[in-house]
Write a protein that binds this ligand. Structure first.
Ligand SMILES: C[S@@+](CC[C@H](N)C(=O)[O-])C[C@H]1O[C@@H](n2cnc3c(N)ncnc32)[C@H](O)[C@@H]1O
Length: 195
């Protein structure tokens, strides 16, 4: 079975289970960005069933560390990683990414934030010290499905506002330069401009 077939099967499985995963164009963009930046190690926040972690491992050759808090999803991701013989390439951590303390000596060339959207700023602040010099931080879902703020519930409205605040946080950050892209559900790439 080719890598592409394996990835497609996993995508269909996630979709049938209604587990949200990265869109096709978002994944292609991510792979291209990591390859262009010669990324050798990635930290992912939000594994779900392991779809993006496995796709990144297969298509970039980078070592992937991925954190997921939901037990059932961790079990599925573990199984999928094993089925793809990627146990030596992907480290799966079962934890709440906001609570877990990683080894302070770890460094990643890229960090991909794809977890609870209301917490993006917290994830960014907590994990940016783990970025290697001139590494990149990528986020997804910044457009939040392009909702019309007037027609949604108060909870969704608050989430949209939090994401808008996160975009401002990125654009005014003193040590990172960020670009927003209308790809997937809205992605960003932040590059450290001061080591
Ligand atoms: C959009 S899904 C991730 C999709 C995955 N990156 C992919 O494309 O295959 C978001 C995941 O983040 C997890 N998550 C949300 N908040 C988290 C947290 N604080 N710590 C760890 N995982 C979290 C959710 O349980 C969910 O599985």
């Amino acid at each position: 079975m080719t890598n592409l077939t394996k990835i497609n099967e996993l995508k269909l499985k996630a979709q049938s289970l209604k587990v949200p995963i990265l869109s096709d164009d978002g994944l292609l963009f991510l792979i291209k960005t990591l390859n262009e930046n010669n990324v050798k190690s990635v930290l992912e926040i939000g594994s779900a069933v392991g779809y993006s972690a496995i796709a990144l491992a297969l298509h970039t050759g980078a070592k992937v560390t991925t954190i997921e808090r939901e037990e059932d999803l961790v079990q599925m991701a573990k199984k999928h990683i094993q089925e793809n013989n990627l146990e030596d390439t992907i480290t799966l951590i079962h934890a709440d990414a906001l609570d877990v303390e990683l080894d302070k000596n770890l460094k990643f060339d890229a960090i991909f934030i794809d977890a609870a959207k209301a917490q993006y700023e917290k994830f960014f602040n907590k994990y940016e010290p783990y970025l290697s010099d001139f590494g990149i931080i990528i986020t997804d879902n910044l457009n939040f499905h392009n909702v019309d703020i007037e027609t949604v519930s108060r909870g969704t409205r608050n989430l949209v506002k939090r994401l808008e605040a996160f975009k401002t946080f990125l654009q005014t950050h003193p040590t990172y330069e960020s670009e927003l892209f209308d790809i997937g559900d809205g992605m960003s790439i932040s590059k450290r401009i001061k080591p």
